[in-house]
Design a protein around this ligand. Sequence first.
Ligand SMILES: [Zn+2]
Length: 150
Amino acid sequence: MSSDTELIRRALDAARLAGPDDVPIGAVVFGPDGTELARAANAREALGDPTAHAEILAIRAATGVLGDGWRLADCTLAVTVEPCTMCAGALVMARIGRLVFGAWEPKTGAVGSLWDVVRDRRLTHRPQVRGGVLAAECAAPLEEFFARHR
Ligand SMILES: [Zn+2]
């Protein structure tokens, strides 16, 4: 488990778990040693839950696996699309050490596009961030989804 590209490829695999009505976004949480703790796809429609974004579901599952209470210190979250404000807030709250994401999301992105929640200096925890990894590959499933649902 080395490169950020590999992490994003795993997140792309996770995106395929999305149901037919859900926007295909995938997230994977890796532990401090690089092992995969949990993966999830966006399931907002499938669960009827506005908070069921891929990042939130993966974070919830990963805390149970890591076993350090609610903390995911020194863990890495990889997600196919730039997180929204809710998910950016959640990964700060979880003390995620590092965030890697694929496509930029100019309409809702909270990691540099519209806001920059994770690097706000008023917060005491700020994860390391790398965005734009395999951006075109990560945007492709979204473009296909929206072309089908238009
Ligand atoms: Zn979100």
